[in-house]
Write a protein that binds this ligand. Structure first.
Ligand SMILES: Cc1cc2nc3c(=O)[nH]c(=O)nc-3n(C[C@H](O)[C@H](O)[C@H](O)COP(=O)(O)OP(=O)(O)OC[C@H]3O[C@@H](n4cnc5c(N)ncnc54)[C@H](O)[C@@H]3O)c2cc1C
Ligand code: FES
Length: 517
C-alpha cells in the first residue's frame, strides 16, 4: 500500500537550495511546516526580511501527513475548557481558531491560491447509536451560553446518531495552499532554505552546516521544539509538558454523494475523524484515528487494520488507495503553547489535532509580537503559563512512560535478535559487541547499524515496521532506518556503528536528511 499522503501525490512544492554562506535578516524561522511557512509569508508581507530554514523539504513532515480539517473546535471540549479556564478564555480560544481560519481564507482569496478551500459544517457525533448523549447536549449548551454557533441534533447527517453541528468550519488542500505561500516568500532579501538544519543558536544568530543566519527575531516552528537559546534544563522541563502521539489516516474513493461533504469527528477515545470532498466521478474520504503514544505500539500495522475495519463499517465499498501516519503533540492542559520564550525567541507548539488552525494562529501571533501589535490571545497561550487544567494529574500520567520505558528497556531489554534474523526491509535491536544496536537490512541485503540509544534522554528506540522508522517510546522522537532524525525532541542522529566491531563509524553531525513520507 502506498504510504505517500494524498496531499503529496496531488500537489507539487517548489524546491529550494540549502543555505551556503551568511545571511542577515530581520526574522529567522526554523521549521517549514504550516507554522513556519505561514510565519515567513506574514513576515514578508509585513515588510520584514526573513529566512525560513527547513531540515528536509517544506510541508513534508506532520503538515504533509495531516488530514487538514480547518476547525475552531478543539480536542478539549468547550465545557471542560470553560470549567478549567473560565468562560472568557474559552470564548477567546474559539475566537482565536475562527480568526486563523478567516486568515487562511483571506490569504487564499488575496493570492488567488487554488487549494479547494471550502466552508463546511463540522459534526461532532456519538461514536455509537446507543451512547448516552448528555455530554453532547452539554457541549451544545456551553456553546450557546458562550455565543458560539452550534446546534445539538439527534440525526447527524449520514451517521444518524446524536451530534453537535458547528457551521462555518472548512476543508482545504494543505500542500496546494502552502505551495502558494512558498512562491511568495523568496526575493527582496527573503529566503527559503531546504536541507538546512538549524544546529546551534546564539542570541542573534544560528549556525547550520553550510552557513550562519543573523537575525533580530527567531521563530521556532519545529513542532517538537528545538532548544534554541533555552538551557538544557529549561528545554527538558518544557518537553515534559508535551506528549507525542502517532495518529493514522486512510485515503479512499467512496461512491459519489454517499456521505455529505464536510468534517466529522466521533466521541470515541481516541476519536475517529473523517473528511469527505467531491472527486471526479467519486468522492474522496480521508479517515483517521487510532492514536497511541509514539513508540508504544508494538504492532504498527494493527492501527491501520482497525482503521480500515472502522471505515468499512460505514463505507464497505471504500477503495483505499493510500495510508499514512504522523504525529500530534498534546500539552498538559489541552491548550497549545504559543508565545515568547525569551526576548527574541518565539515558539508555537502543542496543537493536538488542530495544527492547521493553531499553527496559522501561532504565525499570526509571532508576527504581532515582532511588529509590536497588540494580540488578544497572548496570556491564554503563554508557554510559561501556570494555570493548568488537570496539570498535575496529566503531567504524572504522561511522564510515567519516561522512567518506566527507560528502566524497562535499559535493564530488562527484550531479547536481542541476531543480524541473520533480520529480513530485507526490516529493522531489529541486536547486540553488537555488547552494545545495543538498531540494525536495518535494506532491500539489497545491506545492513546499517546505529546505536539503539535515543539521543534525547537515552531511552531505547523500537522498530516501527509499518512506517520503517525507529521510534522512541519515551518522548516520541523518530529516526530514519539510517538513524537520521525525522522528528524530535532528539536533535542528534543515532550514532552510526560498524557492523563488524560495534564501534562508532565516525562522529555524526546533524546533517540535512533525506526525505521521509
Ligand atoms: C494524520 C494526522 C492528521 C491530522 N489532522 C489534522 C486536522 O485535521 N486538522 C488540524 O488542524 N491538524 C491536524 N493534524 C495536526 C497538524 O497536521 C500538525 O499539528 C501541524 O501540521 C503541525 O505543523 P508545524 O508546522 O507546527 O509542524 P511540522 O509540519 O512538523 O513542521 C515542522 C518542520 O520543522 C522542521 N525542523 C525540525 N527541526 C528542525 C531544525 N533543527 N532545523 C530546520 N528544520 C527543522 C521539520 O523537518 C518539519 O518540516 C493532523 C496530524 C496528523 C499526523
Ligand atoms: S528519550 Fe526522549 S525522545 Fe527518546
Amino acid at each position: 500500500m502506498d504510504t505517500t499522503p494524498h496531499w503529496l501525490k496531488t500537489a507539487t512544492l517548489p524546491q529550494q537550495m540549502a543555505l551556503a554562506g551568511e545571511v542577515h535578516v530581520d526574522v529567522a524561522v526554523v521549521g517549514g511546516g504550516i507554522t513556519g511557512i505561514t510565519a515567513a509569508y506574514l513576515a514578508k508581507k509585513a515588510g520584514l526580511t526573513v529566512a525560513l530554514l527547513e531540515r528536509a523539504r517544506c510541508a513534508r513532515i506532520d503538515t504533509g501527513h495531516t488530514t487538514a480539517h480547518l476547525t475552531a473546535v478543539t480536542d478539549l471540549r468547550l465545557h471542560q475548557m470553560q470549567r478549567c479556564f473560565g468562560s472568557d478564555a474559552t470564548r477567546a480560544v474559539w475566537d482565536a481558531g475562527t480568526a486563523a481560519i478567516a486568515r487562511i481564507e483571506s490569504i487564499v482569496a488575496a493570492e488567488g491560491i487554488d487549494c479547494d478551500f471550502t466552508r463546511f459544517s463540522g459534526h461532532l457525533h456519538a461514536a455509537k447509536a446507543d451512547e448516552d448523549p448528555s455530554e453532547l447536549e452539554r457541549e451544545a449548551g456551553t456553546a450557546r451560553e458562550l455565543g458560539i454557533d452550534a446546534t445539538y441534533g439527534l440525526d447527524t447527517p449520514f451517521f444518524h446518531v446524536p451530534g453537535v453541528t458547528f457551521p462555518q468550519q472548512a476543508l482545504f488542500h494543505p500542500v496546494k495552499y502552502l505551495a502558494g505561500l512558498l512562491r511568495h516568500i523568496p526575493g527582496g532579501g527573503c529566503h527559503v532554505y531546504e536541507q538546512t538544519v538549524a544546529e546551534e543558536f546564539e542570541e542573534r544568530s544560528l549556525r547550520t552546516a553550510g552557513g550562519r543566519v543573523h537575525f533580530q527575531h527567531l521563530i521556532v516552528a519545529t513542532h517538537n521544539p528545538v532548544m534554541g537559546e533555552s538551557s538544557l534544563i529549561g528545554a527538558t522541563l518544557f518537553q515534559t509538558k508535551l506528549s507525542l502521539y502517532t495518529t493514522y489516516a486512510l485515503g479512499a474513493k467512496i461512491p459519489a454523494g454517499m456521505i455529505p461533504e464536510g468534517s466529522y469527528w466521533d466521541t470515541a477515545d481516541p476519536y475517529h475523524y473523517l473528511r469527505v470532498q467531491r472527486g471526479d466521478g467519486y468522492d474522496y474520504a480521508i479517515h483517521g484515528g487510532e492514536d497511541h503514544k509514539t513508540g508504544q505500539q508494538p504492532d504498527t500495522f494493527a492501527p491501520y487494520a482497525q482503521l480500515e475495519a472502522h471505515l468499512r463499517s460505514f463505507a464497505p465499498a471504500a477503495e483505499i488507495d493510500a495510508r499514512w501516519s504522523g504525529q500530534v503533540i498534546e500539552t498538559n492542559d489541552g491548550l497549545p503553547f504559543i508565545g515568547r520564550t525569551s526576548e527574541r525567541q518565539f515558539i508555537a507548539t502543542g496543537f493536538s489535532g488542530n495544527g492547521m488552525t493553531f499553527g496559522t494562529l501561532g504565525a499570526m501571533m509571532a508576527l504581532d509580537t515582532i511588529t509590536g501589535r497588540t494580540n488578544p490571545w497572548v496570556k491564554i497561550f503563554d508557554p510559561s503559563r501556570t494555570t493548568v487544567f488537570g496539570g498535575t494529574l496529566s503531567y504524572l500520567k504522561e511522564n510515567k512512560d519516561f522512567p518506566v520505558c527507560l528502566v524497562r528497556d535499559r535493564l530488562h531489554a527484550p531479547e536481542a535478535a541476531s543480524l541473520g534474523e533480520i529480513a530485507p526491509g526490516e529493522g531489529k535491536i541486536v547486540q553488537l559487541q555488547g552494545q545495543k544496536a538498531a540494525a536495518y537490512r535494506d532491500t539489497n541485503g545491506r545492513i546499517t547499524a546505529c546505536s539503539a540509544i535515543c539521543t534525547h534522554l537515552q531511552c531505547v528506540v523500537a522498530w516501527n515496521p509499518a512506517e520503517k522508522t525507529w521510534d522512541c517510546p519515551c518522548h516520541g522522537s523518530r529516526f530514519q532506518p539510517n538513524g537520521e532524525v525525522i522528528s524530535g525532541p532528539a536533535e542528534e542522529p543515532l550514532p552510526r556503528l560498524s557492523v563488524a566491531t560495534g564501534q562508532p563509524v565516525r562522529p555524526r553531525r546533524k546533517t540535512a536528511r533525506t526525505e521521509h513520507s
